[in-house]
Design a protein around this ligand. Structure first.
Ligand code: ADP
Length: 684
């Protein structure tokens, strides 16, 4: 079987973000490329999500599905319970019609399998034969325990996932001769499909992103289709399975905050912590529902940027849908009409243990990069390992390269730099590049963590703010004109709209908004932006000098968003000059790198290195309260990152500042990049 996640040769740019985030330490750095070790990989998809270069590829399911749909035999689609939340602006049952148009003979909801599995968990808990139960529908968790905590296999629930439960039911009782394609948000399902212990019943696994690509290639616009009911009986509470805590609901196991015997835990760090505690016998809980994603609705391959709340709303809304108007609580009766389905499964110890170095061996490896005493160990994390020792252990195990130590390399180069003669200009340049790369790496890691936090907060706030706006508008309609109450409500509305703008800014920064790209001329975008602002009073004493390269290669960008970037940088520059000075704007082209560059230089106050290190952080501002929000540059950073570009800054106190926007030229943006960046093909 082909590996599920692989690295695209030469696209990996040594940022080591995947090394840092992989919970299974399954990334080996070899010749500077971060490669996935299939035998260690648990297919959780973290590396696919975090890679800024989109250098991780997942095994394709489209070609095989396409072939099956063109063949003689009937093919059935099994839609994961998260499907109502998979596509923006599309009603769940339009997806069903879309699947029929692709050629699927029938479409079943995997929530039926979840109903069966939920009942099995209820029985297992009731029987009280396992001291602790760790749930097993998340294949990444199963893979993780099999490989890294095999001692916990005894407490892993021996119950198949809803996908396999439904596949067994269909093959044994409904349609023995058909082929089955599971469609969901999960990469790990591709591996579960290969697993001989669960029966090889699934012929292919498609992710929602792959399904979206199939719809696009067949020119099926889901939002224009009529709705069509699913095949088979209507599932009951199993439809909530994709939401965090859905398994407990389905199994009717109470799991409120007052329950310390039952816990639902998600996310890499919390999972690692929980498993560690269970293996040490250091936990009160007796029933642990563990998921690598925050509910399957937040799986790695959802094809939209909806917030977790909206996704949950959509799934719960569909839980209440019934063609026959039967409430979901009364729909579990369908299970009485079938013969019992075998829901048992086995697990295999796949224990992976890597050799550990002796103290002497460790010291020898540390010495390669000049670490002779604990003080030499900077533990800077730039190599992807939290400490120099952990990295040295990885070198011993053959999964890291000794040379992956930026501070050491820079030290070495600095030592030899003094000896360089004028003819070694190239080497000097390399040192400079290396220094810049280190600074950028640290910056990009910091911004990635801030971005995750910002996105979380923004998503949480967005919905309640929407609610406040709606209710304020309703109250405003009722309030008599001229009443004091009306003025207060107007104030609430204005302030809420301000909050929404801030939230929007955070989402822009954390790359949560979609870009609508078009082929464009950066000189023209600049012209349009300057026309917007130069008439304003704050430009009266500012001289704008332009040196624009004629025939600048085109870029593939969201024009509105790039205008916003330019606007933010230009307004900052004018403010830094206290509205008096010269703004010099140039555009150039780097043919070797196929990049277009736009530089904005001002004669303002300039910035100290400490200030420069913080300017892209959200809410960082040196301006008085009410004047600066500290979001302008962080938004610009997020937008340019999403366009596969970068913003370079050069500045010194008293010497003005220079911001350079670097964007790949349009020709360089191959289609896969564009799709991966979330840009709709049709909008090109
Ligand atoms: P805000 O403009 O609301 O403060 P930004 O994110 O746009 O937020 O900028 C953050 C900080 O970066 C500013 O408060 C300022 O201190 C600094 N800054 C940005 N651009 C310049 C510039 N051209 N010259 C000097 N300082 C700048």
């Amino acid at each position: 079987m082909d590996p599920i996640v692989t690295t695209i040769e030469n696209r990996c740019k040594r940022c080591y973000l995947c090394v840092r985030r992989c919970p299974a330490k399954a990334i080996r750095v070899e010749n500077g490329q971060a490669k996935v070790m299939a035998e260690r990989c648990i297919t959780c998809g973290y590396c696919v999500r975090v890679c800024p270069q989109h250098a991780k590829r997942i095994r394709d399911g489209i070609v095989h599905t396409h072939e099956m749909l063109g063949g003689e035999e009937e093919t059935i689609a099994l839609l994961a319970p998260s499907f109502p939340a998979a596509f923006t602006g599309v009603r769940p049952l339009q997806v069903v019609e879309g699947l029929h148009r692709l050629g699927f003979a029938r479409v079943y909801e995997v929530a039926l399998g979840a109903d069966l599995v939920g009942a099995e968990y209820a029985r297992l808990k009731e029987a009280d034969i396992m001291p602790i139960i760790i749930t097993s529908p998340c294949p990444a968790i199963v893979n993780f325990i099999e490989k890294y905590y095999p001692e916990l296999l005894l407490v892993l629930a021996p119950v198949v996932s809803p996908m396999v439960a439904l596949a067994r039911l269909i093959k044994a009782q409904w349609h023995p001769q058909t082929r089955l394609v599971f469609i969901g948000p999960c990469i790990a399902k591709k591996r579960e499909m290969d697993d001989p212990r669960t029966g090889g019943l699934i012929d292919e696994v498609l992710t929602f992103e792959e399904l979206a690509a199939l719809f696009r290639s067949e020119k099926i616009a889901l939002n224009r289709l009529p709705e069509r009911e699913l095949d088979g009986p209507e599932a009951g509470i199993g439809r909530s399975f994709a939401v965090s805590g859905g398994l407990l609901d389905t199994a009717r196991i109470p799991g409120g905050t007052l329950q310390n015997k039952v816990i639902v835990t998600e996310g890499r760090d919390r999972i690692l912590d929980a498993l560690h505690k269970v293996s040490e016998g250091n936990i009160e809980a007796r029933f642990l529902d563990l998921l690598f994603c925050e509910g399957c609705i937040n799986g790695p391959q959802m094809d939209n940027e909806l917030s977790g709340f909206v996704r949950k709303d959509k799934v719960i809304h569909f839980l209440h849908h019934s063609a026959e108007s039967t409430p979901f609580e009364k729909r579990s009766g369908w299970m009485d009409g079938i013969k019992p389905v075998d829901l048992s499964r086995e697990f295999t110890r796949e224990e992976i243990s890597l050799p550990l170095p002796s103290d002497d061996e460790l010291a020898e490896i540390l010495a390669i990069t000049g670490k002779y005493s604990p003080e030499d160990e900077l533990n800077c994390g730039a190599c992807g390992y939290p400490t120099c020792r952990e990295k040295a252990i990885a070198v011993y195990q053959g999964i890291a390269e000794a040379g992956m130590c930026l501070p050491y390399l820079i030290d070495q180069l600095q030592k030899t730099e003094g000896e360089l003669t004028a003819s070694n200009v190239e080497l000097k340049k390399s040192i400079e590049t290396l220094r810049r790369t280190q600074a950028q790496l640290l910056q990009s890691e910091k911004m990635a963590s801030v971005g995750e936090l910002a996105a979380g907060v923004a998503h949480e706030l967005n919905n309640p703010l929407g609610g406040i706006l709606i209710y304020t508008s309703l109250l405003l309609e009722k309030a008599a004109s001229g009443a004091q109450e009306r003025e207060d409500l107007e104030l609430i509305r204005a302030e809420t709209e301000r909050c929404k703008r801030i939230v929007r800014g955070l989402l822009d920064f954390s790359r949560q908004t979609r870009i609508e790209a078009a082929i464009a001329d950066l000189n023209q975008i600049l012209g349009g932006t300057l026309a917007l602002v130069t008439q304003q009073a704050l430009f009266h004493n500012v001289k704008v000098e332009q040196d624009l390269l004629p025939g600048l290669p085109k870029v593939f960008v969201d024009i509105g968003q790039i205008q916003q970037v330019l606007l933010n940088i230009i307004l900052n520059a004018v403010e830094a000059m206290h509205e008096k000075g010269t703004l010099i704007i140039t555009t150039t082209w780097d043919p070797a790198k196929q990049q277009v560059l736009l530089t904005i230089r001002d004669t303002g106050t300039g910035m100290s290195p400490e200030l420069q290190a913080r300017i892209f952080e959200p809410f960082f501002t040196t301006k008085p309260r009410g004047i600066g929000t500290g979001l302008g540059l962080s938004i610009a950073y997020g937008i340019i990152q999403r366009h596969h570009g970068e913003i370079l800054v050069r500045s010194a106190p008293g010497e003005g500042s220079e911001f350079t926007i670097v964007l790949p030229e349009a020709e360089k943006m191959v289609m896969t990049d564009i799709e991966l960046a979330g840009i709709e093909k049709d909008q090109a």
